[in-house]
Design a protein around this ligand. Structure first.
Ligand code: ADP
Ligand code: ADP
Length: 229
């Protein structure tokens, strides 16, 4: 599960400036794909169409061969997990925040998800020396920690497809790489990862799609794209 196809997809917010122009590509299940390219190129729009925040103008988006217009909304929400750019957390414990939206998951799995998102041990130490336990109330998290909580929440949900929209761009490069590695290793070949990023700092991408002016400007592996430049 988790194969994604965009088949001649167009979409416009404003008919004078189409955001996506007849875009087609295929992502095999379990692969990690990076959407790169300049701001305004259409990366976020691709992700929004993929979880049906908007419907396509024309063309089709398929998940596992099925047009997502014909898939029940709940089943799409279950299959597609989104890690947003900014996450607003509840003023509660880290565990509560990871568990949120998935309250039936066993606590053991919550700890596993936390660990996978690099929330190590049960004690967190912040750059200012502040320590907390993942089960303690009163969050004082940095942007990076919040993103880890959001990623842990998505890992716990265990969807077939995970979308990250610049979710790690605000972090320093080392943290960003750690998180991308962690995510890739926990999801392995089971989960399709689609990561939108202004810069091509994505590690471990099986395929890179360069999106520019609403079109696929280039497509290939990291090495293939390097050869062309
Ligand atoms: P990227 O994610 O690559 O930065 P976007 O998908 O956000 O690109 O944007 C593609 C185009 O659509 C841009 O021209 C952008 O200004 C426009 N756009 C994006 N979101 C909206 C919106 N909510 N309303 C109107 N236009 C939008
Ligand atoms: P991105 O997250 O792709 O970088 P931006 O930061 O440019 O998008 O956009 C922030 C918000 O503004 C998003 O909700 C997006 O949908 C909206 N937006 C982006 N471009 C436009 C636009 N041209 N007109 C209206 N809203 C837009």
């Amino acid at each position: 599960e988790g194969a994604v196809v965009f088949d001649n997809v167009s979409f416009s917010y404003d008919p004078r400036h189409p955001a996506l122009k007849n875009i087609s590509f295929a992502i095999p299940k379990g692969k990690t794909v990076a959407l790169v390219g300049p701001s305004g190129g259409g990366k976020s729009t691709i992700l929004r169409l993929l979880f049906r925040f908007y419907d396509v103008g024309s063309g089709r988006v398929l998940i596992d061969g099925q047009d997502i217009k014909l898939v029940k909304q709940e089943s799409l929400r279950r299959n597609v997990g989104v890690v947003p750019q900014d996450t607003v957390l509840f003023n509660d414990t880290i565990l509560y925040n990871i568990h949120y939206g998935n309250i039936n998951a066993p606590e053991d799995d919550v700890y596993k998800a936390a660990k996978a998102a690099q929330i190590h041990d049960r004690i967190l130490t912040f750059p200012d020396g502040y320590k907390t336990r993942v089960g303690e109330r009163g969050l004082r998290l940095s942007g990076g920690e919040k993103q880890r909580v959001a990623i842990a929440r998505t890992i716990l949900k265990d969807p077939a497809i995970i979308l990250l929209d610049e979710a790690t761009s605000a972090l320093d490069t080392t943290t960003e790489r750690q998180i991308q590695h962690a995510l890739a290793s926990v999801t392995k070949d089971r989960t399709t990862l689609v990561i939108a990023h202004r810069l091509s700092t994505i590690v471990n991408a099986d395929m890179i799609l360069c999106i520019k002016d609403g079109e696929v400007a280039e497509q290939g592996t990291h090495d293939e794209l390097l050869k062309n430049t």
